[in-house]
Structures are given as structure tokens and as C-alpha cells.
Ligand binder design. Sequence first.
Ligand SMILES: [Cu+2]
Length: 255
Amino acid sequence: MLPALAVPWLAACEGPQSILDPAGPAARDVTLLWWPMLIVASVVLVGVTAAWVVAMLRRPRDFSPEEAKRISRRWVVSGGILLPTASIVLLLGFGVPAGDRLLPLRDDAPLRIDVTARQWQWDVAYPGSSTMLVDELHLPAGRPVHIHVTSADVIHSFWVPRLGPKIDAVPGRTNVLRLQADEAGALRGQCSEFCGTGHAHMVLKVRVHTEAGFSAWLTERAAAAPPGGNDPPAAAPRGAPTPPPRLVSGAAFPP
Ligand SMILES: [Cu+2]
């Protein structure tokens, strides 16, 4: 029975947007943090459940007031001070270096890509190039990329799970996320902040190229773009009838 129930659960752990299959250093950091958290949380769950079962089953005992005070103080010190302190120190020990590796690089000037979220699409622009895309993100492999994320309307959240953590797309503000992909291939991103009726279909097809392949792609795109750039379609004005959500297939584009 349990294995049968586990099949759909485990099936969700793979695919083009699985956090358990990292495709870059930032995602690997997240996964390395996630596994110890899952293990510790599972141990805590089992421990608390076992303590509860024992407490329910055992016969009540009488304690002297001094003894009761000593026992409750022991629980407060161990469970209320020592355990949370140790957990927080451990989490910070893993989390702070991982978070630092996601911050934009100050001394270097990696490739910048501007991503603007809007109901319900991703506009992707490459500063210095006339290339602009909708719902598609092209990256070079093997080097850090700064993704500048903002929103044209409501709060969205940019997330390519196999590359790294999510970051909010907030109107009037630009958040920067440093990502890097290990190798060329197809990945998938998804808006991860509920943003309206088309939210579930706000998918981002991610294509990682080799360094040479990316330069060739960018040159080819720039040459093909009309003068002034190929502006992405503007969002419908507020109050206009809502178009049906576009169904965008996952990462199914040609290699
Ligand atoms: Cu959304």
C-alpha cells in the first residue's frame, strides 16, 4: 500500500524542474541544505510522535514538587534553549555561505539578463542586444549570469528549480539573482507566486547553450531582429477582457 502511494509522490521528484536534480552550483547548494533539513525534520517528527505515544500510554506517576520542577526545567533548557540554538547555528552554518553564493558578484561583470514578469508572461531582454523574448530564457553554460527580475503589474516569482532558488518579481523594484548552469540542455521555469488566473500557465522555457553556441545564438537573434528590437507583445490594458491562458509546453523545443 505504502509503496503504491509513494509512486506519484516520488514521480514528482524528477523531470525538468526537479529541485532534487540540480543543474548548477546554486541549485546544488539549495539541495544540500534541503536534505539535512528534511532528515532533521523527519527525526524531530518521529521523536515528538514517539514521546507523545509514550506519554499517552504510560501510567501516571506522582512526583514531588521539587522533582516536577527539576524535570520541567530540564525540558525547558534542553528542548527550549539547547535544541533550537544548535538547530539555528547548524542552519546558519549551511545557509549563510549558500546565500552568499547567490548574491550578485561585485568585482566581476557577468552576463546580465533582464526578466520582466507580467500577467501572464515573462519578457526576457539582453541588454546591449536587440534580442527580446517571451517565455524563453537562453543562457550560456559554465559561467555566472545575473538575472535582473522585476514586474510590470503584480508580484510574481521567478523560479528555475534546477538552477537555483526563486526570487520575487516586484513592481517598481529590481531583484538580482546570480545563476549558473553546468552544461547545455533544456530546463523549465515557473512563476511561483500566485498572480491571477493565468498563474499556472506562466511557464518559462530555459535553453542552456555552450559558450560558443550562446554567442552564435545571440548574434543570429540580433541579426534577425527588426530595427529597434523585436518588442514583446504588450500586456492587455487593465479592464480589458482577460484572454484565455496560453498553454505553453514544458521544455519541448528543438536542441
Ligand atoms: Cu504567478
